[in-house]
Ligand binder design. Structure first.
Ligand code: NAP
Length: 288
């Protein structure tokens, strides 16, 4: 069997799920093995592997830290992705890259889902750095899939942070702590397992371009937390608060629901509702 797919960010939550699914077909590269910010590291690592497809899940994902570490955010999410795009172009391979719903938010009163045709406009450094990365992929690497997604959770926790919203909520609940969760930001939580499956379907096509992909439906973070507690059978004092009350460093858009319009035009299955993906995720956790 050809090992013709390379996954960058193999220890991250999405990278891990992709490696699991692809098994011996893929080479998973960790941050120790490849540095996105260095063209030499990328080309020396990728060239001998002669990949047909490179899937990049690596990113600087610290939304609040990006406000004070803009140089690092742009070094990885924008300039690093530029280097990767050039290397993939030179190797004539397909580049799959992930971006974010935080590419949107500037038109603050929006209440219907964003399609791939909507004009982007981020309101924080993280979103701006990711949007710059998208632009590099789209302009430099002809055979690309850029997939914007949202609110990822998986079994392996977000790399570096080692956690995600779901396991943070479960931990706080089990510690018996009251929880305050933002109720005025609407988006769509997405299981990395489902996104990994969708990615594998996408790369079977040659319909290159920009895609939105999340689980179906929408909710606030407070509604998401409440559903986690309900499905996990936990009674938790969970108070809805506003974004202003939460007071994070980075601005957060009020509404970033994405519509998977281009995905649907390929005739691929409609993403399942976020509640169904969450139920399956929770039921697959090891018993405590
Ligand atoms: N998490 C979300 O809620 C969310 C939402 C929307 C979009 N996305 C996008 O979806 C993709 C996957 O997210 P994720 O949550 O699975 O990511 P993740 O768990 O944070 O994993 C990112 C991986 O990238 C590696 N990495 C970081 N900087 C690197 C560099 N300079 N060179 C090489 N590797 C590097 C990390 O390794 P170390 O930890 O060892 O540094 C980690 O393994 C990303 O593009 C992200 O921006 C995520």
């Amino acid at each position: 069997m050809d090992r013709d797919i390379v996954i960058i960010g193999a220890t991250g939550q999405l990278g891990h799920d992709l490696c699991e699914r692809l098994g011996p077909r893929a080479v998973g590269l960790t941050h120790r093995e490849v540095e996105l910010c260095e063209r030499e590291s990328l080309s020396q690592t990728l060239s001998p592997l002669r990949p047909r497809i490179v899937i990049n899940t690596a990113a600087f994902n610290f939304v609040d830290d990006a406000e004070t570490r803009a140089g690092e955010a742009f070094a990885v999410n924008a300039l690093g992705v530029r280097e990767l795009s050039l290397v993939c172009r030179d190797l004539d391979c397909v580049l799959v890259h992930f971006s974010t719903d935080y590419a949107f938010g500037l038109d603050g009163c929006r209440r219907d889902p964003y399609s791939e045709d909507d004009v982007s406009g981020p309101i924080n450094i993280y979103g701006t750095s990711k949007l710059a990365g998208e632009c590099f992929v789209r302009s430099l690497c002809p055979k690309h899939f850029v997939v914007r997604t949202c609110g990822l959770y998986g079994h392996h926790g977000s790399g570096g942070k080692g956690r995600n919203f779901v396991n943070t909520m479960l931990r706080l609940a089990r510690e018996g702590r009251p929880v305050r969760v933002v109720a005025d930001q609407i988006c769509t939580p997405t299981a990395t397992a489902d996104l990994a499956d969708a990615t594998l379907r996408l790369i079977e096509t040659d319909a290159f371009g920009l895609y939105h992909w999340t689980n179906g439906g929408q909710c606030s973070w407070h509604e998401f937390a409440s559903e986690i507690f309900r499905l996990a059978g936990l009674t938790v004092d969970c108070t809805p608060i506003t974004t202003a009350e939460f007071g994070s460093r980075a601005l957060r858009p009020a509404f970033t629901v994405l519509e998977a319009r281009r995905w649907q035009t390929l005739g691929l299955p409609t993403p399942r509702p976020w509640q169904d993906a969450l139920r399956e995720f929770l039921s697959s956790l090891p018993p405590r």
